[in-house]
Structures are given as structure tokens and as C-alpha cells.
Design a protein around this ligand. Structure first.
Ligand SMILES: [Zn+2]
Length: 87
């Protein structure tokens, strides 16, 4: 029967693919995961908004200023000074 022949070919192919994955560690299985790469761009940190120029910066790169109501974060000293003058 031709169906049996096709099934054996498909089975052989599946076994061949599994064998290739198991015995070739340098193959397609060790691809870098893109999601993790995205997280590394900001180091998984929180982004804070600069209230002066409204850009978002990672909290470790931001300049903190303890304002009257809450902490404010700025991208640069210039923005901090400008904001403090107006508040
Ligand atoms: Zn700024």
C-alpha cells in the first residue's frame, strides 16, 4: 500500500529531524531569544519621565531631585536647573 510507504517516509523524516536536534548542539536550537535582548536594552529597569523635556530615561541614568511633593528625575543637569527655576 502506498499509504504505508508515505507513513514510513514521514516517520523517518521526523526521527531524522529529532536526531539532528539532539546530536547537533550548534544547530538551530541555540538561537538567541529576542525578548531577552529587548530587556537588556534598559537592563530591565524602570523608565522615568523627565518633566522638563518629557523624555524617558532609565532610573539609574537619571538625575534625581527631591521636589516639594515628590522625587523628580531628569536627563541632564540643564533640565533639572530649568525645572527648578519654574517650580
Ligand atoms: Zn531632559
Amino acid at each position: 500500500m502506498i499509504i504505508r510507504l508515505i507513513i514510513s517516509i514521514v516517520l523517518f523524516y521526523i526521527v531524522y529531524r529529532i536526531g539532528k536536534l539532539l546530536f547537533m548542539p550548534g544547530g538551530r536550537t541555540v538561537k538567541p531569544i529576542p525578548k531577552r535582548h529587548q530587556e537588556n536594552l534598559t537592563g530591565g529597569e524602570d523608565l522615568v519621565e523627565d518633566p522638563c523635556c518629557h523624555t524617558y530615561i532609565p532610573i539609574s541614568d537619571a538625575l534625581a531631585w527631591k521636589g516639594p511633593d515628590k522625587n523628580h528625575y531628569f536627563c541632564s543637569q540643564k533640565c533639572l536647573d530649568q525645572y527648578r527655576e519654574n517650580h
